[in-house]
Design a protein around this ligand. Structure first.
Ligand code: ZN
Length: 445
């Protein structure tokens, strides 16, 4: 029962006849009207402001990308912070530069706060630093049509600029009044200052007085958002055997040696835990023999041993990624139990430490995603679904996941992060800014 409507389009000297289903044409007209109806007049005003600001936003992106801010270029990170500081002040935010202790060798962070009590209290998260240091050959913003390349253009000056221009458009539309919003732009996301308890103290404090955290790391598409990120942690396994002539191996007196024992442990870990969903652990380096040493700071190891001597020492170092604190604890417990069940004349010492916590896929995060999904659909984009946490690394939003609901992956769209081909799709920039402006607007009503 299709009705067809014929269109003849003239392109230069060619005549092309297109046959389009008539119902589809009606459908397009109706859906355009529905989009307009789904946004109230305030929301339409906000979108208009974003449109008016879009050229300035892309110019500001170019300006910030052209200032080198490799994590170790402290002056460069501070300069990018200063550029954003001016901007946030101009729209009614109180700003502060948070210094890190000198021995940490990090630039510090920019925090900006808008005080109020309307709707949800928000925490917007970005970072000022990039992985490209001063000596990198990749230094300049370059634009070709809708594609712009440059250091940090996607990870994540693009996201920072989206945060600012969304807020600026809300300010200009007169709807920012009395909202409670903290913007946290770290100066050391790519290589966080240690100890983490110091370098992430301020964001944790901000998280404790916020309801919802929104992360502006790169977006994977209008139809996806990150509502879970795995945490990361480290571990070390040190196995000791009895140093003796190899002829005695397997005997009660000389035992199995450290290398057989470490093989048993690693193999049993693999069998016990490798099918656990979202859990991964990787023995990254191993060294064993009569003597073995591992230098964590240099990420290198040395060993000495002979084929006719039962090995006395093995050191293994690795990482472990997990989706929740419960999973991390379970995995460590299992690993410790296996490591304690030693072969004859051997012993093992299993130690571990925390790095990034996990952002677990909670009900609260899903609810924020539903608000985003509604905004997206009201703008004519598809519904938003959860991005696979296996595909994302750890990020700063994880530090506040215990205190807030949250979503990440709301930043700019592009690719090639951490490579000299990093790029951003400028044709999506305006819509991503609009989406964030509407999301903030609806969450703060
Ligand atoms: Zn990043």
């Amino acid at each position: 029962m299709a009705y067809f409507y014929s269109l003849t389009i003239k392109i230069s000297c060619m005549k092309i006849k297109l046959t389009i289903p008539f119902l589809l044409l009606i459908g397009l007209t109706i859906s355009a009207n529905v989009i307009a109806q789904k946004l109230n007049s305030k929301e339409q005003k906000i979108l208009k402001q974003v449109e008016l600001n879009n050229n300035a936003a892309i110019q500001f992106l170019e300006q910030t990308v052209n200032v080198n801010s490799g994590t170790m270029n402290l002056d460069g990170v501070r300069e990018v912070g200063r550029l954003f500081d001016e901007k946030f002040k101009s729209i009614g935010f109180e700003t502060s530069w948070i210094e890190m202790p000198t021995e940490m060798k990090r630039a510090g962070h920019l925090f900006a706060e808008h005080k109020g009590s309307k709707g949800k209290r928000l925490l917007l998260i970005g970072h000022l630093d990039t992985v490209y240091e001063k000596d990198s050959p990749f230094q300049k913003f370059e634009r070709e049509g809708d594609k712009a390349t440059g250091p940090g253009v996607e990870d994540m000056k693009g996201g920072d600029v989206i945060i600012y221009y969304a807020l600026k458009s809300l300010y200009e539309a007169g709807v920012l009044k009395d909202t409670q919003i903290i913007v946290a732009l770290h100066g050391d996301e790519e290589e966080s200052g240690k100890p983490i308890s110091v370098s992430r103290k301020d964001i944790i404090d901000a998280g404790k007085r916020s309801d919802i955290a929104l992360g502006y790391e790169a977006s994977s598409g209008f139809n996806e958002a990150t509502l879970a990120r795995r945490g990361s942690s480290g571990w070390e396994l040190k196995v000791t055997g009895k140093r003796a002539h190899s002829a005695g191996i397997f005997s009660e007196e000389d035992g199995a040696g450290a290398i057989f024992e470490v093989s048993r442990i690693l193999n049993e870990w693999y069998n016990a835990l490798s099918n656990e969903k979202y859990l991964t652990f990787n023995p990254g380096i191993i060294s064993g023999g009569t003597f073995a040493e591992y230098d964590k700071n240099k990420a290198s190891a040395t060993a000495f041993g002979k084929t006719n001597v039962i090995p006395q020492t093995v050191v293994v170092a690795g990482g472990l990624r997990f989706i929740s604190e419960e999973q991390k604890t379970m995995a460590r417990k299992t690993m410790a139990e296996i490591a304690a069940n030693n072969l004859p004349q051997t012993s093992a010492e299993f130690t571990y430490w925390d790095s990034y916590p996990a952002m677990a896929p909670t009900k609260g995060n899903e609810e924020v995603m539903e608000v985003l999904s509604q905004v997206s659909q009201d703008m004519g984009h598809p519904a938003v679904v959860a991005y696979d946490p296996m595909k994302r690394g750890a990020a700063d939003i994880s530090f506040v996941a215990a205190y807030t609901d949250g979503l990440d992956g709301l930043g700019s769209m592009g690719g090639g992060g951490h490579t000299p081909q990093e790029w951003v799709d400028l044709s999506t920039f305006e819509d991503l800014t609009k989406r964030t402006a509407l999301l903030i607007y609806r969450l703060t009503r």
